[in-house]
Design a protein around this ligand. Structure first.
Ligand SMILES: Cc1cc2nc3c(=O)[nH]c(=O)nc-3n(C[C@H](O)[C@H](O)[C@H](O)COP(=O)(O)OP(=O)(O)OC[C@H]3O[C@@H](n4cnc5c(N)ncnc54)[C@H](O)[C@@H]3O)c2cc1C
Length: 448
């Protein structure tokens, strides 16, 4: 290292971090390092951490955690860097980035048992499972990491047929706050395994996930652009069509900020788990009837193709403002309220995803994710928290819960919205046992 480089490095150092004490075997990136620009921010959030640790093995994760815990600065945990509620970067603190743990292995072809590293992306998982004729429904965007999604829920393109991602999780390997490495499943540390499936980020660092994949062939994928000027009517009709559809149909819709003098435009995405055109088209008819169709694109394609995203570095800026909720039905009252929010212009991105189906077959207390009655998940992203919050809060009576991964509101009431009282009591007891110092608190913190 030249003197110039050494002094640039030191100039970017943050108070409170013992840089000279970082264990030599750990990969560490600090401000001024080549590569810092690629790891400081996440997909949606700008950051300027004082140090990013990138362990390459579970043992190194434990070492990195021990070092980080001894520093009096903020700690963030990162896998795929697509956190919304999960604040996987910070300013002046440490990021423990497990993205190098990204292996995807088939453990047993007979039982379709697969082992995924938290740093794997769901597009890579889809591509790796495709040759076996298998898939795991994850989310609608292949760039999202395994770690953040599979510790919270996973509302994906096949959710109505196959349930949430966590519903197919069979075991995890974790590093707990005090540094021990444990396995959790229905047979070992069962309470921890229950908690990981919905509130995992509060209890430790998952270093491997074992799933049971299922068979998925080609799927129908449709993108409709519709005139949603009758916004409430459209939302209600789309919701009814989704609820009435067989479980092989899952979909979502997105509405942006309306432009003055122009029709309200919605994008409607639908996946039909069927490889024949006749079934796909018949399933799409009732959805297409929800609003006047302006454009469409329908294809039959491998599941991995709809999950594909080109790789790219993250350079998020600022702090996302997102509110989220689960709803059992898109009632006329909820549709009217959502239409008012959309027309107010306070949300530049309003999305509803279908849930329900197989996700609702699981009992609410079987996993920490408790919102099993919901047929829909709603998200609104805005540019002003001060304006979006009151608008969203006013809609609260229409909601039945929260899927934590899209909610950025830090007020304590949200914890009660996400977790029913019995679930929260169980989670708090477990938090007191496994993380009494509240080391893990960057995603929907359950205080001990
Ligand atoms: C464009 C986009 C589309 C999305 N679409 C969907 C969707 O369709 N369905 C859906 O369900 N979700 C979706 N999400 C939300 C997504 O599930 C969360 O943002 C998730 O946290 C991202 O995981 P990550 O590993 O990429 O994120 P990161 O930013 O790396 O992590 C987020 C948080 O998860 C926790 N975490 C991460 N890794 C671990 C680990 N190894 N062990 C324990 N806790 C960990 C940490 O608290 C961290 O702050 C979407 C997000 C984006 C940005």
């Amino acid at each position: 290292m030249t003197m110039d480089h050494a002094s640039t490095l030191r100039a970017g150092r943050h108070a409170g971090i013992d840089y000279d004490g970082v264990p030599a075997h750990l990969t560490a990136i600090e401000p001024g390092d080549v590569g810092y620009a690629h790891v400081r921010s996440t997909y949606l959030r700008g950051g300027s951490p004082g140090l990013v640790l990138r362990p390459g093995t579970p043992a190194e994760v434990a070492d990195a955690l021990a070092f980080a815990r001894a520093q009096p600065v903020k700690l963030s945990l990162r896998s795929g860097g697509h956190g919304i509620s999960g604040r996987s970067t910070n300013h002046g603190g440490i990021v423990l980035d497990v993205s190098r743990l990204n292996a995807i292995e088939v453990l047993d072809e007979r039982t379709r048992r697969v082992r995924l590293g938290p740093g794997a992306r769901w597009s890579d998982v889809a591509r790796a499972l495709a040759p076996y004729g298998w898939a795991l429904s994850s989310g609608d965007y292949g760039g999202v990491g395994v770690g953040g999604l599979a510790t919270a829920g996973g509302i994906g393109w096949l959710v109505r047929e196959h349930g949430l991602t966590i519903d197919h999780l069979r075991a995890v390997d974790m590093v707990l706050a005090e540094g021990s490495r444990v396995r959790a499943s229905d047979d070992e540390n069962a309470e921890l395994f229950w908690a990981v499936r919905g509130a995992g980020a509060n209890f430790g660092i998952v270093t491997a996930f074992e799933f049971e994949a299922y068979e998925v062939g080609e799927v129908g994928f449709a993108r409709f652009v519709v005139d949603a000027t009758d916004t409430a009517g459209f939302l209600g009709r789309w919701g009814a069509a989704i609820e009435a559809a067989p479980r092989d149909v899952t979909g979502s819709l997105v509405i942006g900020r309306p432009r003055p003098g122009q029709p309200v435009i919605a994008q409607v995405m639908t996946v039909v788990d069927a490889g024949d055109a006749e079934t796909v088209l018949s399933r799409l008819q009732p959805i297409a009837a929800a609003a006047p169709l302006l454009d469409h694109d329908i294809r039959i394609t491998p599941y991995a193709a709809i999950m594909h995203v080109p790789p790219g570095a993250h350079d998020g800026h600022g702090e996302p403002v997102a509110r989220s909720a689960l709803a059992d039905h898109l009632t006329p009252e909820l549709a009217e309220a959502a239409a008012r929010l959309i027309m107010s212009g306070e949300s530049y991105f309003f999305q509803i995803r279908a849930v329900g189906g197989a996700a609702s077959d699981i009992a609410p207390d079987a996993t920490a994710y408790a919102g099993r009655s919901a047929n829909f998940q709603l998200v609104a992203m805005g540019s002003s928290r001060a304006r979006l919050d009151p608008a969203w809060d006013a809609m609260r009576r229409h909601f039945s819960g929260i899927y934590i991964n899209f909610e950025t509101d830090l007020r304590p009431g949200r914890l009660h919205d996400a977790f029913p009282e019995d679930t929260l009591r169980r989670l708090r007891a477990l938090k007191r046992r496994h993380d009494p110092d509240n080391v893990f608190r960057d995603n929907f913190n359950i205080t001990p």
